[in-house]
Ligand binder design. Structure first.
Ligand code: DAH
Length: 339
């Protein structure tokens, strides 16, 4: 039995030394020390030995097993070390390689322009509100003095959902929501999307953005309107900008005007940017029409107000000198990355 065990031990030690992988080493361990391994089977045979022999053989078996286990552990450490070394040598880091650039997102020029507009008006005590994009004809037209058959209704090519419900063509509809039921005073701006069935070109899009403004209180006059919008233009386009109010017509304001700013590219001399005019139109405005106030249960003898509407894309195109509105909607990162 002893010779048998010695033979097993010698072979095992030789095989362990020769093993070239962790898997092979494990196979040897199972083969020799496992449940059905050769050493284990010898241990099982010990019950047939005499009482004298048993402790001696037992000791020898234990010594042999320990020897084999130690040898396996040592070999395992060496194999693992070799494996690690091999991996480390293959995984060299080249510190001269250029790093990976992290791409940061940019705010859309429309968003930047809106943030400017909001900052300016919030600074003057205005509230920023929103209104629905899907709107009743009443809010978009009728309450704003644009009844059935009014030419202004045909001018704004409307997307109708049914005869009574439409996609708003102007943020002026928010004026009615804000004043309805006689809620005064009002001092708000209302940015948002508007919809018109226009063909896409360099200056038109079926979806674009407006910012509406409305102030209703006691003793609000045309000079409040002019002072406010002059201040807006200066903060938006620079201290030196000049403004000009041209009489105009909107059904929901009386009197009405359009405001031009002096071309900030040429300072008013006339250039390609302002088409030689020296002036650029940026918004419509006026004193809220008494009939509009009345429809909202506001007494025009007691309260007056002014309103204005700015095309947000127009402001952004001017501010960032973009010459084609389509760029605003194409989400080309080469364009967006410039802001
Ligand atoms: N809603 C007008 C439009 O879409 C713009 C406008 C003009 C709004 C005059 C106003 C205003 O509030 O007073 O063309």
């Amino acid at each position: 039995m002893k010779e048998k065990l010695e033979a097993i031990r010698e072979t095992a030690l030789k095989n362990i030394e020769a093993a070239t992988s962790l898997d092979a080493l494990n196979d040897i361990r199972v083969e020799v020390l496992g449940k059905k391994g050769s050493v284990t089977s010898i241990l099982k045979g010990m019950k047939d030995l005499s009482a004298q022999e048993r402790p001696k053989v037992g000791q020898f078996v234990n010594e042999s097993r320990e020897m084999i286990e130690t040898k396996i552990r040592e070999k395992k450490d060496r194999l693992e070390e070799a494996l690690l070394e091999k991996r480390l040598s293959q995984e060299k880091i080249d510190v001269t390689l250029p790093g990976k650039r992290r791409h940061l997102g940019h705010l859309h020029p429309n968003t930047l322009a809106l943030e400017d507009v909001e900052r300016i008006f919030i600074g003057m005590g205005y509230e920023v509100v929103e209104g629905p994009e899907i709107e009743y004809d009443y809010y978009n037209f009728e309450a704003l003095n644009i009844p059935e058959g009014h030419p202004a209704k045909d001018e704004q090519d409307t997307f109708y959902i049914n005869s009574d419900i439409l996609l708003r063509t102007q943020t002026s509809s928010v004026q009615i929501h804000q004043m309805e039921g006689g809620k005064v005073p009002v001092r708000m701006i209302a940015p948002g999307r508007v919809f018109r069935s226009d063909e896409v070109d360099a200056t038109h899009s079926p979806v674009f953005h407006q910012v509406e403004g409305l102030v209703v209180d006691e003793d609000i006059t045309m000079s409040d309107l002019k002072g406010t919008l002059n201040e807006f233009a200066r903060e938006m386009f620079g201290e030196d900008v000049k403004t000009k109010f041209r009489p105009h017509h909107f059904p929901f304001t009386e009197p009405s005007a359009e405001m031009d700013v002096s071309c900030f590219k040429c300072g008013g001399k006339g250039c390609r940017f302002c088409k030689g005019e020296g002036w650029i139109e940026i918004l419509g405005c006026g004193m809220v029409h008494p009939d509009v106030l009345k429809r909202c249960d506001i007494d025009p003898e007691k309260n007056t107000g002014f309103a204005f509407g700015v095309g947000l894309e127009r402001i952004a195109l001017l501010k960032y000198e973009i010459d084609d509105m389509r760029l605003m909607y194409e989400n080309d990162v080469r364009f967006l990355g410039q802001f």
